[in-house]
Design a protein around this ligand. Structure first.
Ligand code: MD3
Ligand code: FE
Length: 203
């Protein structure tokens, strides 16, 4: 389903077994060193979704090779199989192959976690961002490129959903105002929600 130009939502793109394999990988990546961390914002606040990075470490507002606001460890490598998954996602939705992916940001949302409206502009490539969701259903809010404010399009993202953001949607404001606790597939065995985004750093 095309939500806006370049923004394509594919519900249930990942089969149940693939969701389980991706979750297992996320659990490994979440372990220290360079594991799951709380992101501190420049204003002194903290983000409610916790994060682990592969390839490069994201911090507001840039990328580093080590965990600059955590344990200082080198960032875990970005695996080739994850890049292939991203390439396939873009080929199937937008019909053109992207540049090779080299960064993954994995956000873990507990029931009360949110993500405010923001734009992702720290990548020096205009390649599409690939988003995969696991676990609890959330409300994903898609806004505009020029303003953080309404009008918004709210879309529910469920376990296994793919969302690709390319072209004019790449720099649109977006956020996650709500996670519905206990709505994920029971057989996945995940309390909360995980979102994996694949990006091209251009670095
Ligand atoms: C649109 N993540 O990691 S996924 C993020 O569910 C982020 O964790 C949310 O926003 C999450 O930056 C939303 C959908 C998403 C991800 C990246 C985008 C939408 C995007 C980048 C550009 C435009
Ligand atoms: Fe984002």
């Amino acid at each position: 389903t095309q939500v806006a130009p370049g923004a394509v939502h594919v519900p249930g793109w990942l089969a149940a077994d693939s969701q389980g394999e991706l979750l297992d990988a996320c659990r490994e990546w979440a372990r220290p060193p360079a594991g799951l961390r709380t992101v501190r914002t420049p204003g002194g606040g903290t983000m409610t979704a916790r994060q682990v990075c592969l390839g490069r470490h994201w911090y507001p507002y840039g990328y580093a090779r080590t965990v600059v606001d955590g344990d200082g460890a080198p960032v875990k490598p970005f695996p080739g199989w994850l890049g292939e998954l991203g390439r396939r996602a873009v080929l199937e939705t937008l019909g053109e192959p992207p540049e090779p992916y080299d960064i993954a940001l994995i956000n873990f949302y507990e029931a009360e976690a949110r993500m405010g409206m923001h734009r992702d502009s720290d990548e020096k490539s205009d390649a599409p961002v690939v988003s995969l969701s696991l676990g609890d259903t959330c409300v994903f809010r898609f806004g505009n490129t020029g303003t953080r404010t309404r009008p918004y399009t709210d879309v529910e993202l469920r376990s296994g959903d793919l969302f690709v953001f390319g072209g004019p949607s790449r720099l649109a404001y977006h956020g996650v105002p709500r996670v519905y606790a206990g709505t994920g597939p029971p057989e996945l065995g995940l309390a909360g929600r995980l979102n994996i985004t694949l990006r091209v750093s251009g670095l």
